[in-house]
Design a protein around this ligand. Structure first.
Ligand SMILES: Nc1ncnc2c1ncn2[C@@H]1O[C@H](COP(=O)(O)OP(=O)(O)OP(=O)(O)O)[C@@H](O)[C@H]1O
Ligand SMILES: [Mg+2]
Length: 239
């Protein structure tokens, strides 16, 4: 009689052993089970980063004009700013690209936005527009939703690019609209990219501060990475 709790007893164990031996299944040691996902499988952080990056890049493509669809950030300071904006947007501050015509400001600006998308951020929403288009939107009757709605949208969007700031004639309206927008983004520490033909500072001649007013220039001067693009007009070089 087998002891209570000892089902089958030694006899059963011996029979099982014999059957395993008959099938050649003795001596097999159980190994560790490696079921950790690879970078190509769901569950791996890299897999999910790539999924977010694909989605962000499709948003970037929609926001980017055809001419700049191939744009990549090549300037070291632009790359560094974009990396910061991707990992910790609230500490990135503003990026101001200045320089004369055709030096590649707009190219670097869209390149920076692409680099942020490629990093696969948890949130990627972007508006990119020229300053004249922005003012047109903000004017009464300039959009279906009304100017206040547009200003709020530009204030709150996680990523904003204003291309060619300072080219248009400044009016009380444009100064006020620019001030409200930049001040809100400044207060909330939301990233902003601005390109301008006007320099941030110059010994003589007009600067961005002269054109936009000191209130705005003062906000632009703090926490702003200023990148001066130099070189010949790339458009003429290509002609
Ligand atoms: N790094 C680059 N590689 C290849 N093409 C470039 C690069 N930078 C700029 N370009 C091209 O050169 C031309 C001028 O560049 P871009 O439009 O960026 O200049 P910009 O400084 O914004 O000029 P503007 O002040 O007139 O607006 C564009 O056709 C752009 O696609
Ligand atoms: Mg440009």
């Amino acid at each position: 009689m087998p002891e209570p709790g000892h089902i089958g007893g030694d006899n059963l164990f011996a029979r099982l052993q014999a059957q395993l031996e008959a099938r050649g299944l003795v001596g097999i040691q159980p190994g560790p089970v490696d079921d950790a996902p690879t970078p190509g499988e769901p569950g791996h952080p890299e897999y999910h980063r790539r999924r977010r990056a694909d989605w962000a890049l499709s948003r970037w493509q929609t926001a980017t004009p055809f001419r700049y669809q191939q744009a990549t950030a090549t300037h070291p300071a632009v790359k560094q700013w974009a990396d910061q904006a991707a990992t910790d947007p609230r500490t990135a501050g503003f990026l101001l690209l200045t320089g004369t015509f055709g030096t590649g400001k707009t190219h670097q600006a869209y390149g920076a936005l692409r680099r942020i998308a490629e990093a696969g951020p948890s949130r990627y929403e972007v508006i990119a527009l020229t300053a004249p288009d922005m003012y047109a939107l903000m004017r009464p009757g300039g959009s279906e939703n009304g100017p206040e709605h547009e200003v709020k949208r530009l204030m709150r969007i996680p990523l904003l690019l204003i291309d060619d700031l300072g080219t248009e004639k400044i009016s009380e309206f444009t100064e006020e609209a620019t001030y409200r927008l930049l001040n809100e983004r400044y207060n909330e520490c939301r990233p902003l990219i601005v390109t301008s033909n006007l320099p941030a500072s110059a010994p003589q001649g007009p600067t961005l501060a002269d054109r936009l007013g000191e209130r705005i220039a003062s906000r632009l001067s703090q926490m702003t990475t200023v990148v001066e693009m130099v070189g010949a007009d790339r458009r003429r070089g290509a002609a």
